[in-house]
Design a binder for this molecule. Structure first.
Ligand SMILES: [Fe+2]
Ligand SMILES: [Fe+2]
Length: 244
């Protein structure tokens, strides 16, 4: 059994409000009597990609005693993300492979700099294909942008623009156990290319479905949330938590 805590879209911006909501999730995880195998944060770690906000992210997750894996989102900035969180230089897509608890976590950079929608560059797709070919244990693909429509038109308009390219890679590799993403600021479950998709709730805010609002898409006063994923053999089970 592989266990994972998944949060997303903390949007650290120097405000006490957003930092406090992120701290609420971390404090909850750090105080649990047991531990998950890893914590995944699927992007929009910061609002504007400022280096000092990545320093805040590092300080916030420091109490977690397990690996913390970060994807970049459209609000992040590659150079600051790479330099501050990973201690690396470079300017291309930030793709990372991690092996945790017998599973591969393949974190793909779906950011198009300066744009809200997402795309997996050819270099990222080739990297993912070869990383999946290297092992035979279960593999999670993580990226910021959702590859399938979620029924929220405003966000579906800025989802992953080349889902067919990703689907072709997923279908080649039966070891893909699921696709984990954020960006939509809503706790959701779907399917893509024959595998489960899980969208973590947005720590900063929650996006509403068309029948839940009358023009104001975003709710800011919802409880802070996260997802727990459990992979047992090839069955992915997800529990969503809302923290009062
Ligand atoms: Fe976001
Ligand atoms: Fe986003």
């Amino acid at each position: 059994m592989i266990t994972l805590a998944h949060l997303s879209d903390v949007h650290i911006d120097g405000s006490a409000r957003n930092e406090g909501r992120a701290a609420r999730v971390v404090d909850y995880l750090a105080a649990l009597p047991g531990r998950v195998d890893a914590v995944l944060v699927t992007g929009d770690l910061t609002e504007q990609g400022r280096p000092e906000d990545y320093e805040t992210v590092l300080r916030l997750v420091a109490p977690l005693a397990v690996p913390v894996l970060f994807c970049p989102g459209n609000h992040d900035e590659r150079t600051a993300f790479r330099g501050t969180l990973l201690g690396l230089s470079g300017s291309g897509p930030v793709n990372q492979a991690h092996e945790v608890a017998g599973a591969s976590f393949l974190l793909c950079d779906s950011v198009i700099p300066g744009k809200p929608d997402g795309e997996l560059a050819q270099e990222t797709l080739a990297w993912l294909d070869s990383a999946l070919a290297e092992g035979d244990g279960p593999a999670f693909i993580a990226l910021h942008h959702h590859p399938v429509p979620l029924g929220i038109p405003e966000l579906d308009a800025m989802r992953l623009l080349n889902p067919d390219d990703l689907a072709a890679v997923v279908r080649k590799h039966p070891r893909v156990a699921g696709v984990l993403c954020g960006h939509a600021h809503t706790a959701a479950a779907s399917t893509f290319a024959g595998v489960p998709v899980r969208v973590a709730p947005g720590v900063k805010s929650t996006s509403l479905l068309p029948w839940e609002h009358d023009g104001d898409l975003t709710l800011y006063d919802t409880p802070v949330g996260l997802a727990f994923h459990l992979l047992d053999q090839d069955v992915l089970t997800t529990h969503f938590r809302a923290l009062a």
